[in-house]
Design a protein around this ligand. Structure first.
Ligand SMILES: *Cc1c(COP(=O)(O)O)cnc(C)c1O
Length: 497
């Protein structure tokens, strides 16, 4: 499989190069030249396999310069060495209204990002070797909370790598902050940024694409890569879990062969929902995709109007991992849906950079609406839904997932054709314990650990060990910088000038 840049179709790289580089030098994202298709027999053959075995087979379709043995090694290391708390890796829960939650948060940091970030370091270190570059990889990551911790956990003490994570100082939950500040490992560093997620992401992108910095880095035997969902190595493991979820629904008799379903994804950077779209192109019978947003509803507006406009107020919400105004992965969708029109992508994303805005033609908007719809929900609606789902089912959902449940119920209520509904459940509710406890009527006037205890008492759901143990861990990282100071900070900490 060959990969092109969304901003330069004539650029062709291997999967190892795409993963090693993270983002194309022209600012574009790497996309596969074609999307493999699965037949009914292919789905059948995935039945009865473990998650790691399914994943290895599916990776083989996209990462064609890896051997089967290498892929099996990677999936074994990521999914079969005890870092996920359930042997199935992902689980499906069913609510009283028949909708299903695809629980993607049984990994070590309690968010869906573990599904990809537990395997990315294995892909990346092998990719670097394959491309014949003998350099240390420096992972620079901007995070709205969950990516950072998941990337730190994935890369901790991986030989040949260093990782630096930037998060918005006041833009993450206290549990998320604690998880990052206490991260162990010799090769890790964490720093807060005075600003929001987009400031962090812009800072990282600017450092990344600065030729002078790249040159100094190369002279010092280092090279940047990305653990954000702009890296193809992040996206492809996410495609896997949608394919695998479909196979599991077939195995369990929830769906009959070929029966369609609708899928709702709580969305920020458009990575998770884009992975679902790829799964759909591969043959998973997803009849409709619901893009759920909080009040940072740039995607809802885009789907409704065809205008992407980031010039708006940024809101901090109880679903901070979706507090994003620049959804990077939309670029990949538009590239595919315009028939790979790289010139058009350059124009739109140039306009996004210079004016914060672009508009797609009516005809394309209509085609997007045929596959996607979007809706947005504020914090009050989110908390209401957590309370309602708990009252109806005794089931605790996190804030992001609750935004998804709001959107899913709204879609199903209004849809002319009803499909079984699967909702991506993206975080363990304990990760956003304060908002969740408040939503189910608990007293939140306490520190984050007392909140965990109260939530456990009230819900009967067990506190995940990974969060309980934070209490006894030392805070290692307290640095705070402004967005402008990020380049100097990175160079200083890498010991280069
Ligand atoms: C990252 C994240 C999201 C948003 O996912 P995208 O791939 O950025 O759209 C939603 N929920 C949680 C809990 C997350 O960590």
């Amino acid at each position: 499989m060959i990969y092109h840049s969304t901003r330069n179709k004539s650029l062709s790289v291997s999967s190892a190069e795409a993963i090693a580089q993270g983002i194309s030098a022209d600012g574009g994202l790497f996309v596969p030249a074609s999307i493999p298709e699965l037949s009914a027999a292919d789905f059948e053959a995935l039945k009865g396999l473990s998650y790691a075995e399914r994943a290895a087979r599916l990776f083989g379709l996209y990462l064609t310069d890896f051997t089967d043995e290498e892929l099996r090694e990677c999936t074994h290391n990521a999914y079969e060495t005890g870092s996920f708390e359930t042997p199935n890796v992902q689980e499906i829960a069913t609510l009283a209204d028949g909708s299903m939650l695809l629980e993607l948060w049984h990994g070590p940091t309690c968010a869906f990002k573990d599904m990809a970030l537990q395997i990315l370091p294995h892909f990346l270190t092998r990719s670097i070797r394959k491309t014949g570059i003998d350099r240390e990889v420096v992972i620079l990551t901007a995070t709205s909370g969950d990516t950072g911790k998941a990337a730190l956990a994935g890369f901790q003490d991986v030989p040949g790598t260093k990782i630096m994570v930037f998060y918005p100082e006041d833009g993450v939950s206290s549990m998320q902050k604690r998880q990052m500040q206490t991260q162990e490992g010799e090769n890790v560093r964490v720093c807060a940024v005075k600003g929001n997620f987009d400031d962090c992401q812009n800072g990282v992108k600017a450092i990344f694409t600065d030729p002078a910095t790249q040159k100094v880095l190369a002279e010092n035997g280092m090279q940047f890569s990305s653990a954000n969902s702009i890296n193809w190595g992040r996206l492809v493991p996410q495609i896997v879990y949608y394919v695998s979820a479909y196979v599991t629904m077939l195995e369990k008799g929830i769906l009959k062969d070929g029966q369609g379903f609708a899928l709702t994804v709580p969305t920020g950077n458009f990575g998770n929902i884009l992975a679902a779209w790829y799964a759909k192109q591969m043959g998973v019978p997803i009849r409709h995709l619901v893009c759920a947003s909080n009040i940072n509803k740039v995607l809802t507006d885009f789907i409704d109007t065809g205008i992407y406009d980031r010039n708006r107020e940024f809101h901090a919400t109880v679903s901070p991992s979706m507090d994003i105004l620049i959804s990077s992965n939309l670029e990949r969708l538009l590239y595919h849906m315009t028939g790979e029109d790289d010139a058009q992508i350059r124009e739109w994303f140039g306009a996004l950079k210079s004016d914060g805005r672009y508009q797609i033609p009516e005809e394309l908007k209509n085609r997007i609406q045929a596959e996607f719809s979007g809706s947005f929900w504020d914090d009050a609606a989110t908390k209401d839904m957590i309370g309602k789902v708990f009252a109806e089912n005794g089931y605790l959902s996190d804030t992001h997932t609750a935004v998804g449940i709001c959107a899913a119920r709204d879609y199903t209520a209004h849809a002319s054709e009803k499909y079984p509904m699967l909702i991506a459940s993206t975080a363990n509710p304990y990760k956003f314990g304060k908002a969740v406890l408040e939503a189910i009527g608990g007293d939140t006037d306490a520190d984050e650990y007392a909140i965990l205890d109260r939530l456990q008492e009230k819900s009967g759901m067990k506190i995940p060990a990974a969060l309980a143990e934070l209490k006894t861990k030392t805070v290692r990282f307290r640095d705070v910088v402004s967005g402008d100071e990020m380049p100097a900070y990175v160079k200083e900490k890498l010991g280069i000038q």
